[in-house]
Design a protein around this ligand. Sequence first.
Ligand code: PMT
Length: 370
Amino acid sequence: MSAATSPHPSRAASPTPGREFSTESYFNTQRPPARLEVQTEAMRSFVQKWDGKRRVVLVTSGGTTVPLESNTVRFLDNFSAGTRGATSAEYFLSAGYAVVFMHRLHSLRPFSRHYSHSLNPFLDLLTISGDSVVATPEQAKHLLPVLRAYNRAHDEGTMLSIDFQTVNDYLWLLRAAGQVMAPLERRGMFYLAAAVSDFFLPDDKVAEHKIQSAKGSLHLEMDQVPKVLRPLVQEWTPEGYIVSFKLETDDNFLIPKARAALARYGHQLVIGNELHTRKYRVVFVERAITPPASGKEGYFTGGVRGLVDKRITGAMTPPLRGAQTPGGGAYEETWLELDQLNGGDKEKEIEEYIIGELVARHEAWIAAKK
Ligand code: PMT
């Protein structure tokens, strides 16, 4: 469908075919989601409520879809169930953060994730006792701490859930969240664990009605989604502590790709994870702050540092926020491996250690401004 036959003729035309959208041209040409204003206001009042009382983190979680039709029957999706985001949100809450949990609709949620219908159906936890239903003693032991933490978050109002479905919803909401959290300055953290589509169909290429199979094979030309990390870091929330994730299916790409992202976007930290081992090991890649001569301790305090494998490589460059750090800058890599950290406790989750490390780094980031 050409721009002339766009289903949204009132909107400005998108860039030329085979095109690359800048962030600006994306937001000038693509329709905002219907609930954007309501969701933005909810985020604004949540952030204002907690400003000065708790640190606030935005956790993004789950995969984004790319609809093929505006009356959507079919869409492209990705593998993410939202485990990383939902699990991390729980640990941020227990570390005293207020959490904006921006998640894919129907993906895993903090607390209820322990009882997903496929892995641990809740009816299996229950037993009938006379006219009542109770949890079996074995199940109650597991359920109690989860329920306590869930009730605490609910009673204190420390978590706000904001849902998205499409990559377009995600981009508009991320921009809104960045702007709403900007007044927090360094007290705001961004933990971008969602799996965001790299390709999309702009409004003027999306069929209005269900694509008919009678027409034979389907050919799609998708456009590239603009990388919104750059404006997030440089315009929307220039002081926030920003953590992005890098997913690869080959470990060897993790560190070079993470370094390239730091150099390109100028944010604080990339957490690298490989698809099949992501629940057991991750690597933190960040710019080295202290000269190697002063030891390999990095600039932060606390956390689980003594148990992780940390390496500082490359020549030193100052840790300039937003700077176009050349490829030769000094980077620090910290591997977190669950079986080295958990002391043999199989119930432990890697997110507990990830969040422990992040809280220490975030504290140092705030303290460095004073
Ligand atoms: O949910 P789980 O099953 O537990 O899986 C967790 C996970 C593997 C999805 C998660 O740990 C993870 O790695 N998430 C990021 C995956 C991803 O989308 O990587 P990417 O290379 O496409 O993007 C890298 C970063 O750029 C992301 O932090 C993303 O927020 C950001 N991005 C992506 C696309 C885009 N247009 N703009 C962006 O800024």
